[in-house]
Design a protein around this ligand. Structure first.
Ligand SMILES: [Zn+2]
Ligand SMILES: [Zn+2]
Length: 145
């Protein structure tokens, strides 16, 4: 099991720490309604890693429900402070979608694509240079080179 990686991180209260041993297979900004609900009305910004690359030190809480995509989505978060750590889709159990907010700066990651723009509010500032999808895009590749 890796104990160091290119990335480290923690939740807001510090009860949870994480290490990520590899590079993401993709990064995305998501404006779906569920993301707005957990992100104070804004989008979530996420890096999608191979699951085995992500090591959590501490105890996560989790909650599952049916996402707008129709897949079962499980959100993993700190039970002490509520910080969202990562999400996992039933369609892609080999991947973990880690929230940018828990990755220590300077991580150098930025969204490569914007998804669920149909649900974005009128005031949203969406970078026109980024690939964008009105709803759920195809899954990222299972691994990157
Ligand atoms: Zn916490
Ligand atoms: Zn979303």
């Amino acid at each position: 099991m890796p104990d160091t990686g290119p990335y480290t991180g923690q939740c807001a209260c510090g009860a949870l720490t994480l290490t990520i041993a590899g590079e993401p297979v993709g990064t995305r900004q998501c404006w779906c309604r569920q993301c707005q609900q957990i992100a104070a009305g804004g989008p979530t910004n996420n890096a999608i890693f191979k699951g085995e690359d992500v090591t959590i030190n501490g105890t996560l809480a989790h909650k599952s429900w049916t996402a707008a995509s129709g897949n079962t989505l499980t959100f993993h978060f700190c039970p002490s402070c509520g910080t969202q750590v990562y999400a996992q889709s039933s369609a892609r159990m080999h991947l973990k979608t880690v929230r940018f907010g828990v990755i220590d700066e300077p991580h150098g990651l930025a969204p490569q694509a914007v998804i669920w723009t149909d649900d974005a509010p009128a005031w949203a500032m969406i970078d026109p240079a980024l690939e964008s999808w009105p709803q759920q895009p195809p899954a990222p590749p299972p691994s990157s080179n």
